[in-house]
Ligand binder design. Structure first.
Ligand code: ATP
Length: 513
């Protein structure tokens, strides 16, 4: 949920412009768009697929293949897992999701719209304190503009109003609230629980016994296979299990582009530690994960780390268990922030729950050979969203520049850029296309690169600026004479000549170095 903790100005560019670029250049489209789309579901086009894959690959490489040393100075042990989306429904009873995975929601009797109660904010005009007939105006957090007309007509100045989150108001006061899409007060229902898990049925018969769920998080696949991993992988606590995969939540109000989708991808680590080791590992993971998001390009002050208040802690958290969010200031949350990743000390809640629910109880305690004792390990869980991460990369990279033909360029880091380089023959004659194709064939073995022969070179540069391609190599008349090419740097527009033989090492150093 967006959270307003900063007073810094919003980024100048609007979300509409970013969404338009994503559509135009094939980063992200509505799912089933030819049929009018489907609310809360998004497809990634060719550029978006590469961008999201780069983010997921970087995550896998930096947390599983080659993680940093832990707080004890030892190389971290983390292994991968790929568990199913549909699991035995008892998993979700044990995890607490069947009973507790609810969002309170309110319906509008007039517009039939449905909102998450904790997403609604109510504007209270100052005179409302004394006059009980003065209506209050609800709007969806971050979307005050959507009720601007209504406020203008009623001569209400939002600047002179107090903003109160709906859950903080007594239900008795709903009678005076005008809903975001209503024009009269008293149409909002009181908040009701709504289970966010998508249901399905297994086999031919649809009844209670065949009911199953699409997983709302990847974590439970990890917890239920914890014992198999321990038995087969020679891992010893402290160690982690990592998984990237789809999760599904029937969000009440999917919105803000891909930020709140109904189908999305998570990148989760469950890091198992001795019960008394959270003070050592929790801050290490929190700071390490924050630094990772900086390393993929969210290095400015649009990224923040926020430690949870005690009343925000999740259902599994016990007193003293830390939880923090790594948050990004999206254009639609500004000046507030939206969550990219949660880092939580989940205690031993999940392993204990599964041990109890599967009937094996204490027999499933982990045996620590170093300490010569049995226990349920505690868990530090860094749980990140690949789609929210990709969206943050897109928002951060979007750089308007009126002096360029494209009017904008995407300044992804070379590691995240969907296309690493373009190879452009200046003109499609005089042997230039042949030299360009040779270079292209050589580079494509190692990186996603593009050969673009047609149109003026200016138009081709403009296309690469919008795709966020950091380098363009241009083959011109001089190349044929002295074997040099021009490198155009996307951000500075600087041009330099290097030998054509040096292009692979140049790219390697920029992307991997
Ligand atoms: P929120 O409060 O925004 O609903 P959450 O706290 O429920 O998020 P978690 O359960 O901690 O989210 O999930 C971990 C990560 O999964 C989030 O940090 C986010 O990046 C991603 N995520 C969760 N829900 C969605 C969603 N509906 N669409 C896209 N990504 C999501």
């Amino acid at each position: 949920m967006a959270n307003e903790t900063s007073t810094q100005p919003a980024p100048v560019h609007s979300m509409d412009e970013i969404v338009a670029l994503c559509r135009r250049r094939g980063f992200i489209w509505q799912s089933s768009e030819v049929y009018g789309g489907i609310n809360g579901f998004w497809d990634y086009g060719p550029l978006g697929t590469e961008l999201k894959r780069n983010l997921k690959n970087a995550w896998w490489s930096d947390v599983v293949t080659c993680p940093p040393d832990g707080p004890d100075g030892r190389p971290l042990q983390i292994v991968g897992l790929d568990s199913t989306i549909i699991m035995n429904p008892k998993v979700w009873e044990a995890s607490g999701h069947v009973a507790g995975f609810n969002d309170p929601m309110v319906d509008c009797r007039q517009s039939k719209a449905r909102y998450r109660a904790d997403h609604l904010v109510v504007l209270q005009p100052a005179e409302g304190a004394t006059n009980a007939d003065t209506p209050w105006y609800a709007f969806v957090e971050g979307q005050l503009d959507s009720i601007a007309k209504k406020l203008k007509k009623a001569k209400v100045d939002p600047e002179a109003c107090q903003q109160v989150p709906l859950p903080e108001l007594p239900v008795a006061s709903y009678a005076r609230i005008i809903g975001p899409d209503a024009d009269k007060p008293g149409t909002l229902t009181e908040p009701r629980q709504f289970n966010l898990m998508f249901e399905t049925w297994i086999g031919a018969v649809r009844d209670e016994d065949s009911r199953a769920y699409l997983r709302p998080e990847t974590a439970q696949g990890i917890f239920t296979q914890f014992w198999n991993v321990v038995d087969t992988s020679r891992v010893k606590v402290p160690f982690g299990i990592a998984q990237v995969g789809k999760a599904f939540r029937n969000e009440v109000t999917p919105r803000n582009f891909t930020f709140r989708s109904r189908e999305f991808e998570q990148m989760e680590i469950e890091f198992f530690i001795p019960p008394d080791a959270a003070a050592e590992w929790y801050p290490w993971w929190r700071d390490n994960r924050f630094a990772w998001w900086q390393s993929v390009g969210l290095a400015g002050d649009n990224l923040q780390l926020r430690e949870h208040e005690a009343d925000e802690l999740a259902h599994y958290a016990r007193e003293g268990a830390g939880t923090s969010d790594i948050e990004y200031r999206f254009p639609f949350t500004a000046p507030g922030f939206g969550e990219l990743e949660g880092v939580a000390h989940r205690t031993d809640y999940d392993l204990r729950q599964h041990a109890e629910h599967c009937g094996k109880g204490d027999k499933l305690r982990y045996f620590d050979t170093d300490r010569n004792e049995r226990y349920f390990p505690h868990v530090i869980e860094p749980s990140a969203g690949a789609d929210r991460g990709t969206l943050a990369l897109l928002c951060e990279a979007y750089t308007p520049d009126p002096d360029r033909p494209s009017g904008v360029y995407m300044n992804f880091t070379p590691r995240m850029a969907p296309i690493k380089a373009a190879i452009l023959p200046l003109v499609a004659k005089d042997g230039m296309p042949e030299v360009a194709e040779n270079l292209y064939r050589q580079l494509r073995r190692r990186w996603p690169v593009q050969l673009d022969v047609k149109q003026t070179v200016g138009k081709r540069y403009a296309r690469m600026d919008e795709a966020g391609t950091p380098y363009c190599f241009t083959i011109d008349g001089q190349t044929l004479e002295d074997q040099t090419v021009t490198v155009r740097h996307r951000d500075t527009l600087e041009q330099q000549r290097i030998n054509i033989d040096q292009v692979p090492s140049f790219l390697e150093q920029k992307i991997e170095g």
